[in-house]
Structure formats: C-alpha cells, structure tokens
Design a protein around this ligand. Sequence first.
Ligand code: FRU
Length: 466
Amino acid sequence: PSSNEQYRPDYHFTPAKGWMNDPNGMFYLDGEYHLFFQYFPDSTIWGPMHWGHAISTDLVNWEELPIALYPDSLGYIFSGSAVVDSDNTSGLGTAENPPIVAIFTYHDMAGEKSGAADFQSQGIAFSLDKGRSWTKYEGNPVLPNQGVRDFRDPKVSQIQLSDGSKSWVMTLAAQDRVQFYKSPDFKNWSLLGEFGQGIGAHGGVWECPDLISLTSPAGEQKWVLISSINPGGPQKGSATQYFIGDFKDGIFTPDDTMIRWLDYGPDNYAGVTWANVPKEQNRTLFIGWMSNWLYSQVVPTKTWRSAMTLSRELSLFDVDGTLLVKSAPVKELETLRKEPIEVNELSNLPAQAVEILAELDGSDSFSLTISNELGELISITKESGLVSIDRSKAGKSNFQEDFAAMHSAPMSWKAEEIRIFLDASSIELFVNGGELVMTSLVFPNSPWKKIEFHQGINEGVIYQLN
Ligand code: FRU
C-alpha cells in the first residue's frame, strides 16, 4: 500500500510506528508466515525490547499484529527464534494442540549497569493459538548465563544426531564464537560444541547465528552457519558472514577458511531463516533487517525506524569448485508486477516502487544510473571484477559520516543479468538471480524519476510494483 509518509516503503515491511531491529522467531503455520521483530513502540530509537509481530500469506504483503512479548522482571526480550513443537516435547501444549515455542534472550539492564557479565540468559514462551498470544514459561531462564558477557540470539531447529535420534539444537552467539546446545524439551540444555575462534571475521561481536542445511549443485548435503557481526562488516559497521561445511552432533567443520558475506551491501543485518516451511516447498527462506548499526538510529524517517529486506530464498551455487550462497528474491514478489515497460537506453520510472530486469550484453561490465530532477543519483557498475553501488550523491546523508559512500563487492565470475528492486528508501541489487547481492538504504530528496543504461546493457524491462 502506498503511503504519503516520505521514505515509507511500499512493499517492504515496516512497523506502523516506533523502532524496529532484528527479525525474530520466524515460522510458517497453516498458510501464514510469521515475522516477529525487535521492537520498541515508544520511540524511534532503540530501547526496552519487545517482540513485535506481523503475518503474511505470501512473504510480500504484511499485516502487523499486536505486540507478542513484553519485557518483564527478567529483562528486555532480545532476539531469538520460534519453532512448532509438533510432538509436544516441551509439554507446554497437548498432543492435539501442540505448542509453538519461542526462545529468546533475556537482557537484564540492571545487571548490565551493575558491571556484571552474566546479564544475558535464554528464556522461552509458548503459544497455543497460532502465535496470537504468548505465555512465558514460569521456569525461565532455561539456559542461564555461562559467564560470557555476550550470550544471546538463540536459533533452534530440530536436527538428527548420529545415533538416529532427533534433538532440538540451539545455535547461540557467545561473543567471538557460536555455541551449539541440545535439548529434548526446551527446558534443559547441554553444550555440544562451539565454533569460530580463530576463523572468520572478528572485527566485532558475533550475533544472530543460524544453522541451515542446503544441497550443493552436486547433490551433497552441506551445512551453512550464518553469523552476523557488528562491527567488522565489509562496508563498515554490521554485516552477515557465513561458513559452509559439515555439522555432526554439535561439531561444525568448515570446508575452508574463506570469509564469505551473505550480502555485500551495507544494509542487511541479523537475518535468519523461517522454521517449519512445508517440506514440499523445499525452500530455505530468509529475511534481514535492512539497516546498519552505524546509522540505524539517525536515518531520516519520522514516525518509525527501519524496514526489513525483501524475503529471499537461499541456495548453494558453485564458482570453480568453491561453494557460495545465493539469495534470490522470493518468487511471490512477481505477483506485485504491473504491465512491463521496455527500456533501451533511458526510461522514466513510473513510481517509487519498481523492479528493473536487464540482460547484460556479454562484456561482463556494465554501468547504469538512477536519478531524480535534483541531480541526485545512484550509480551501479561492474568493472574489473567489482560490482559497486555508489550512493554518495543519492540524497540525504549528513546524519552520519559513513553513509555517503560507494560500496563494492568482488565478483570474479561473469555477470549475466541484473535485477533491481527500488522502494521509497532502498535499493536491492541481485546479480545472476542473487549470486551477488547488495542492499542499500537511500534517502533521495525527491523520488527517483529516471533510469539510464550507459554501458553493457542493451535493453531491459521495468515493472511498476503495487
Ligand atoms: C543484533 C542485536 C542482537 C540483540 C538485539 C537487541 O542487532 O544486537 O544481538 O539480541 O540486537 O535488540
């Protein structure tokens, strides 16, 4: 739905008012994709964290529901996950009406102020009515602090152990590493193993991990460990790295020591995947917070702050024997398309919400600009193996010194086609269907009006999106 608030996206999720950060607790059930999020309703800057809630039947159109979890005497409700406990292993529901179990971090503000290190612990809550209302478990916390200052963001999934048994496995961020715990019932957790010391990027604290299984193009089952990091990202500030390897009984063994980034733009953080997606869909679905801790609290929006990225489908692809994760926009986004408009060299943009598709001419370098009548512009190029988005002249930027910048990403393999999603205050670039992704916020002083292909692109198509 279009709105008359400047910078309010048309087709990215934003809360009606207040502050939002990480996506939390995503699961699918009975035709509904649930999205919870770090939320402070009373201000447009970070504060006492709640879990806000939204649902969608198509991962594209979102309806905001009442707040799901409020802070309590144990602390703020930080990031975490939710799963459908179909076998009622938690005993928090019944066999006929199994519970949805949410697991999150309690952040005890008083504890933090007192200088203690043990102010983060994990708690659970459950819902028996499709996520509409939640009851906190009375025995919280279920995983007390183990003496680590940063001890948070539990992501739980059901994984088969090598003895054939199925177990709940929690992936948890513990400062400079990820820890794996197992539990039969969400209430008792035991440490299986940890990963991350001396490997990967360590320019900041590790946050919001996720462990997923994907099949390689050769048909091999691989495990992908996602771990956000703040600061220390490739474009400064926060970003999401991942590792590819094997996972067995709590031991993650990476294939190599290469540092991989899920999205090379500055504005995709703390993303994780949906639980309980129907098997027949065979999809791994991801969403991230479309901002960066460098400037998230000072971007020029008024009544709300932050949007989520587009929902994306993750898969593996291979570049000369090296596996990488591809992030493709979910296919449901195509339902937003209006009549296609052909573009050769230059075209007016019909709206602020558009999708642009273009085949490259085979030369593996290209250049295009998106601009408005004020002379503000975004320039997108591929040159000498680097894909870049330059937002240094793309509108408002004086709120933070790092914002006006050009961001580049290495792409050693050939770019064949590009797909760009523009909304009121963002651009998402998917090269080769998502083999290379860059997500950037932009705050033009007047909506984008025009696109120009300068080099490497013969023609393309623009779709206005609803
Ligand atoms: C990541 C993060 C998480 C934490 C939450 C607090 O952006 O710092 O580690 O749980 O935000 O809002």
